[in-house]
Design a protein around this ligand. Sequence first.
Ligand code: 13P
Length: 269
Amino acid sequence: MNERRPLIAGNWKMNGLSKEGTALAQGLANKVREVAELPADAASEVSPLVSVALPCDLLICPPFTLIDRAVAAVVGTPIAVGGQDCHPQASGAHTGDVAPEMLKDLGCGFVIVGHSERRADHLETDATVKAKAEAALRAGLTAIVCVGETEAERDAGQTEAVVTRQVKGSLPSGATPGNFVVAYEPVWAIGTGRTPTPDEAQAVHARIRVELTNLMGSAAQGVRLLYGGSVKPSNAKELMEQPDIDGALVGGASLKVADFWGIVQSYGG
Ligand code: 13P
């Protein structure tokens, strides 16, 4: 039984100046308005019926600098906006950091934490990721916690052990299906054009759900598990059809309206 509403999320990473970022958000908003038959000047309140017209939930995570513009561009549509990282604290002397409360204040509903690029570039540990995820929940955001093995770990047959350890170490207390999402992103699949087979990806997702069930009980059945790593319109359907894959976290293909929309259509939209 799968009552989880799929989520397709775009992680723009460190891409986009104001002109192209605004155009991308506007392009997606226009697609949604077309599908949902919304007028271009739809009111800022989103009717629940509009969301129902779409086959899945939609999220874009622009760089911090574009969040304000993205929120303005998607107003009146059910597209949610999120950050790509946050600091564990709500305010203070942390030069260059952004608190989840600040993201919430801008209109964000989500934040990605523990992406492998941050684990590698900023030496984030599972404990850091957990603290950030808990901060996200405190601020009223949904935390998307990323996990995934490196190529060397995969070659050594450690995929499930690594992912299980990361899930256990990064799970925020207070996680529920409404405020917590896991993204499985094998590091070797990110930006490489390589993906696990749908069966391989499903096996890891199923393992993650077992671990979540150990940690949070039957609520784990409602938690959305996204796959990320070289998702494109041409491979999305076979991945998204897997029983424990509840959507995608898309990098490169989220930077073009047509590609991102092609992935959304893997759910028949
Ligand atoms: P790509 O889709 O570019 O492989 O990136 C995946 C990713 O890291 C999303 O967070």
